[in-house]
Structures are given as structure tokens and as C-alpha cells.
Design a protein around this ligand. Structure first.
Ligand SMILES: *[C@@H]1O[C@H](CO)[C@@H](O)[C@H](O)[C@H]1NC(C)=O
Ligand SMILES: *[C@@H]1O[C@H](CO)[C@@H](O)[C@H](O)[C@H]1NC(C)=O
Ligand SMILES: *[C@@H]1O[C@H](CO)[C@@H](O)[C@H](O)[C@H]1NC(C)=O
Ligand SMILES: *[C@@H]1O[C@H](CO)[C@@H](O)[C@H](O)[C@H]1NC(C)=O
Ligand SMILES: *[C@@H]1O[C@H](CO)[C@@H](O)[C@H](O)[C@H]1NC(C)=O
Ligand SMILES: *[C@@H]1O[C@H](CO)[C@@H](O)[C@H](O)[C@H]1NC(C)=O
Length: 372
């Protein structure tokens, strides 16, 4: 590309004595070189900063908002490699030079549509300034979302995902990377299509915003479905005592999200040695976070799921399961630590709820969960 640039500059400058000086100067001064590149040869660099190019094409000037304001739709044309690189950027000046309201990114990892969308619509209503939504669904999913829905235009560029395969972790990273593009997003919640909120928006928002800890479940589990999935080939980066298990449904902050999308050590290692029956989505983040960020992690998740019936899949909740008592138990039925103090709010979300449960959830939500 450089030689192409070089020859163009030569043509541009031919016949001009000053041209020679210019070329010499552009060798010396990289930033001048960059500007010429942008001004004269934009078509040569389809992967250059899209904001700069479109601003130049549009004859407008770059403003802080054109850099920071994410586009209305979540779709973009970046490759995965470009996306992760862009998302890994961290400003060295911590104070933002503009007013902003910290937001929670709700990231839905789904096969198709968000099954309980009407409940979520109620949950989000009136809180528009405080959240962003991202949806990763199977590329083959092609249903349209009504314009009035909070999920409209929130699909991100997605890839094929097989449940149990390590590529599900790739999808989680893709969701995080897309959400990181918006600097207002400070907390990141991974949800499935069958998740429901257990509290109203303000309670969940405050709980996440005020937490001093991240919520990535991580524990040591002896036996075949815990330590049994560890491969000694992961040494020396990961040894057996560091191997952890936990739910994939996490709630983390921006600093950890950036470290996850930037991880180029553990991710490739797990991708190689934690395939198929290893269920990487239950081990990669718990292990990675426990090695690198255990000090700030609570080792628990805020998403309730019922494994008490045994088997490979957790309990699925139908219409008849949804009662006032059941919801109250999910909300306040246990105690745990929050910011060093005991609380009876341990789960903010729950799964797996089937679409048949929707009408009862909608009926009970205003009263039990205090949706407004
Ligand atoms: C050019 O900029 C104006 C004002 O910022 C904007 O409304 C318009 O959509 C832009 N057009 C293109 C083609 O980017
Ligand atoms: C959507 O996908 C289905 C199969 O998954 C296909 O039959 C249908 O033609 C697709 N519709 C559109 C509009 O692409
Ligand atoms: C949300 O629920 C809490 C109780 O969990 C209640 O105190 C608060 O008023 C509710 N917020 C709104 C906006 O309704
Ligand atoms: C949590 O933070 C909010 C502001 O986001 C504040 O209004 C609220 O009182 C805090 N709650 C607790 C329990 O600290
Ligand atoms: C595993 O690694 C940790 C941290 O590097 C180290 O302290 C521990 O001794 C190692 N354990 C084994 C069994 O190698
Ligand atoms: C979480 O687990 C790690 C071990 O991986 C431990 O060192 C840490 O103290 C635990 N944190 C809490 C809050 O229990």
C-alpha cells in the first residue's frame, strides 16, 4: 500500500520542485504523511477510521460527539479482529470531558428472538437514559423486530454458535466488544433468551452501579464435570489448582470487560484444549477471572438457575410454576454478601423461563417486582 501511496504522491507532485521537498518531509513527519493519506487516498484505506473518512466526505469537522456517540444501530462493518482491537482501547485521561450518565449494557445471547421480550419492554420503560441493549442471535435468524421495540436495531454482527461449543465464548466476547464501543456503558450483564429480571430497573441499576465487586461465578469442583474437564496440556499457563467452574451468566464492570476482550493468552489456550465436552463457557471466564482478578470478584453470579433436579439441563419454568410465592422466594429467599454486608438480595435475574410463563409474569410484575 505504501508504494501505491508513494506513486500517487509522485504523480501529484510531478513537475513541481516543491513536490520533492514534500515527499522528503512526509518521510520525516509521520503525522503529515497520515494526513495526506487521508486527504488524497481515502479509497485506498477502507479499514481506516470510519469516523474520520465519513467526516471528511461529509465536509464536517470531527467533534467529541462524532467520536463518542455510537451509531443508532448496533450493526457495523468491522471485522472481528478490528472490533476487538477497537474495543480494547482505554483512555488515559479518566475524567470524561462531557456529561454522561453511566449505563448498564444488557447483552442477550439468543438463538432467535428474546422469548420474554414483552416483560423486558415493561422493565426498560421509562429508563431510556440508563441502559443499552445488544443482541447476538444465530446468523440464520431473520425475524424482524418492530420499530417500537427496545430490541429494534440492537442486533450485533453475529456468528454461528453451538451450545456447549467454545464458540459460545467467542459470542460473549463479541457482545462485550460491541458494548464497549459506547463509553457510557459501565456495567455489562449477559442474559439468555429465557432470563427474566427479578427486580425493577432502578433496584438492578443501583445494585450494579454501587457494587464494589464483579459477579463471575467461580468455584472448584472435584469430579468428572469439574476438575475432570481440565487438560494438563494447559500447563504452565493454567494448572489444576487454578481450574474453576461457574455459570456463564455474568455481571461485570468496564475494566474487566476490557480485559476479557483483550485477552490473547488464555482465550486461545482454552479454544485449543477446552473443546466439546469440556464446555468452555463454564470454565474459561471463571478460571481467567480467578487467576487475574480474584481480588475484585465475588465468585457468585446474580442469575438464579435451578440445578436441583440434576441432569445436563437446569429446570425450565412453565406457566404453573410462576406464583407470587415462587417469585418472592427468588427475590428474597436467601442471604449473601454485598459490599461486605449481608443482604437478602442475591439474584437480580433468573432463568429458564418458557414463553408459556409470560402472561403470569406480566400479571405479577407490577405488584411483586414493582415495575412502574
Ligand atoms: C452529514 O452531516 C450532517 C450533519 O452532521 C448529517 O445530518 C448527515 O447525515 C451527514 N451525511 C452523511 C452522508 O454522512
Ligand atoms: C428466513 O429464514 C427461513 C428459514 O430459516 C427461510 O425459509 C425464509 O425464506 C427466510 N426469510 C427471509 C426474508 O430471508
Ligand atoms: C423499585 O422497587 C423498589 C423495591 O424493590 C422500590 O422501593 C422502588 O420504589 C421501585 N422503583 C420504582 C421506580 O418504581
Ligand atoms: C446506589 O447508588 C445510587 C445512585 O446510583 C444511590 O442513589 C443509592 O442510594 C445507592 N444505594 C446504596 C444502597 O448505596
Ligand atoms: C499452580 O500455580 C500456582 C500459581 O502459579 C502455584 O502457586 C501453585 O503452586 C501451582 N500448583 C501446582 C500443583 O502446580
Ligand atoms: C473468590 O475465590 C478466590 C479463589 O479463586 C478467593 O481467593 C477469593 O477470596 C474469593 N472471593 C470471595 C469474595 O469469596
Amino acid at each position: 500500500m505504501f508504494s501505491f501511496f508513494f506513486s500517487h504522491v509522485l504523480v501529484f507532485a510531478s513537475g513541481l520542485l516543491i513536490g520533492i521537498t514534500l515527499i522528503t518531509f512526509s518521510f520525516k513527519n509521520l503525522s503529515l504523511n497520515f494526513q495526506f493519506h487521508q486527504l488524497f487516498l481515502p479509497s485506498l484505506s477502507p479499514h481506516s477510521d470510519p469516523i474520520l473518512i465519513s467526516a471528511l466526505n461529509n465536509q464536517t469537522k470531527v467533534t467529541i460527539h462524532s467520536i463518542l456517540r455510537p451509531t443508532k444501530a448496533a450493526m457495523h462493518d468491522m471485522t472481528e479482529e478490528e472490533l476487538l482491537w477497537r474495543a480494547s482501547m482505554v483512555p488515559m485521561i479518566k475524567e470524561l470531558p462531557y456529561n454522561h450518565t453511566p449505563k448498564v449494557a444488557f447483552m442477550f445471547l439468543t438463538k432467535g428472538s428474546v422469548l420474554l421480550a414483552p416483560l423486558w419492554e415493561r422493565f426498560f420503560k421509562g429508563n431510556e437514559a440508563f441502559y443499552s441493549i445488544y443482541v447476538h442471535s444465530l446468523p440464520s435468524f431473520n425475524d424482524t423486530v418492530p420499530q417500537t421495540s427496545v430490541f429494534h436495531g440492537r442486533r450485533i454482527p453475529s456468528k454461528e454458535v453451538r451450545w456447549g461449543d467454545f464458540n459460545i465464548v467467542g459470542a460473549e466476547r463479541r457482545l462485550l466488544a460491541n458494548a464497549l464501543l459506547d463509553f457510557s456503558n459501565q456495567h455489562f450483564v449477559l442474559l439468555s433468551e429465557s432470563c427474566i429480571p427479578l427486580f425493577n430497573f432502578s433496584t438492578i441499576y443501583n445494585y450494579l452501579m454501587n457494587s464494589t465487586k464483579t459477579f463471575v461465578e467461580a468455584y472448584d469442583m472435584p469430579g468428572a464435570v469439574g476438575r475432570g474437564r481440565y487438560s494438563p496440556r494447559m500447563r504452565p499457563l493454567v494448572n489444576l489448582s487454578q481450574w474453576k467452574k461457574g455459570s456463564q451468566w455474568f455481571q461485570i464492570d468496564r475494566a474487566l470487560a476490557i480485559d476479557i476482550v483483550s485477552d490473547q493468552q488464555y482465550f486461545p489456550l482454552f479454544n485449543k484444549y477446552c473443546k466439546n465436552r469440556c464446555y468452555g463457557d463454564e470454565h474459561y471466564l471463571p478460571t481467567f477471572v480467578s487467576i487475574r482478578f480474584w481480588k475484585r470478584n465475588s465468585n457468585r453470579t446474580l442469575t438464579f438457575v435451578d440445578w436441583s433436579r440434576g441432569g445436563a439441563h437446569p429446570a425450565r419454568f412453565m406457566r404453573q410454576h410462576v406464583t407470587v410465592d415462587f417469585l418472592k422466594r427468588l427475590r428474597h429467599g436467601r442471604t449473601c454478601l454485598y459490599n461486605g454486608k449481608t443482604t437478602n438480595i442475591c439474584h437480580l435475574f433468573a432463568r429458564k423461563f418458557m414463553p408459556q410463563a409470560l402472561d403470569r409474569l406480566l400479571r405479577f410484575a407490577p405488584r411483586i417486582m414493582q415495575f412502574n
